[in-house]
Design a protein around this ligand. Sequence first.
Ligand SMILES: Cc1cc2nc3c(=O)[nH]c(=O)nc-3n(C[C@H](O)[C@H](O)[C@H](O)COP(=O)(O)OP(=O)(O)OC[C@H]3O[C@@H](n4cnc5c(N)ncnc54)[C@H](O)[C@@H]3O)c2cc1C
Length: 283
Amino acid sequence: MAEFFRPDTLQAALELLARYQEKAAVVNGGSDIVIDISQKRITPCAIVSIGQLTELRYVREDKDWIRLGGAIPYREVAREPICQKIEGLITAISNLGSPGVRAVGTPAGNIGTAAPAADCATMLMALGAVVVLVSTQGERTVPLQDFYLGRNRTVKRPDELIYEICFPAIQPGEGTGYCKVARRKAQDIGKILVGARIQLAGDVIRRAAISLGALNANIVRACSLEEAVTGMKSAEAQQYLKETFPKEAVLRESYFKEYKELTTRAVVAQAFSQALASAERRK
Ligand SMILES: Cc1cc2nc3c(=O)[nH]c(=O)nc-3n(C[C@H](O)[C@H](O)[C@H](O)COP(=O)(O)OP(=O)(O)OC[C@H]3O[C@@H](n4cnc5c(N)ncnc54)[C@H](O)[C@@H]3O)c2cc1C
């Protein structure tokens, strides 16, 4: 039987993780890990709850960075005026789970699970997010695109917590978009997820970030597409994306391969169009 801890401070939580190391399980909103524990897919000796830590429940903007605390739930992120300007993030969150899941589940948990079809993490990767990890040994930062080692595997050590996820604030001429294809419209894990963040200079794509979820063992950036569309006029870039399958995506041999290839191109183009429209509004 596992021991249950509900520490009052971040320091106390970190000391528990330092003591129990890989025998500890961190529970945040619990929407993923409680299922794993109850189905005995993992059998920790110590369960360390962190959802109550007010030190980790914040959204703030400082020095042109948006910072999401490691225990802030989706519902509170979506209510923040600074996040409501980030259309792609709001779309990713509103497409995720149910109101109940969004009330307890957190962006940090979405990253921590390292599932390939994680909606919020896919959008955060396009936003250029950086993960701030903390332990009793100190703090370190890891770009989200370097955080994953594969399906359900990350560079986070067992004694570390995700303290914060931060990304550069949206500047004039920048826009974001998010598009998800799933079998059902609600409460379904996506089959293809795409996040996009672009910056326009006049009618030209000055910078582009495109992330792909659910296609590989972990979420990836579509660097080949990003490089190709940079410097193109927006209409040319949209046409290019409709016609080009990202080199980074790996499609398994299956009956659905051709469908997935066609749909991936369409979904990338759609997320990009949303980002373009949002950038146009912010010029
Ligand atoms: C009905 C249902 C529908 C769902 N639908 C979707 C969906 O459509 N899209 C989607 O992406 N996900 C979906 N999920 C998955 C889940 O809700 C999300 O992944 C959620 O973000 C997990 O957050 P949490 O705070 O509940 O994480 P938890 O379950 O508490 O933790 C998840 C993992 O992350 C680790 N972790 C959490 N926070 C931290 C931290 N601060 N530091 C270190 N490690 C941490 C935990 O140790 C654990 O390994 C669904 C889940 C359910 C139950």
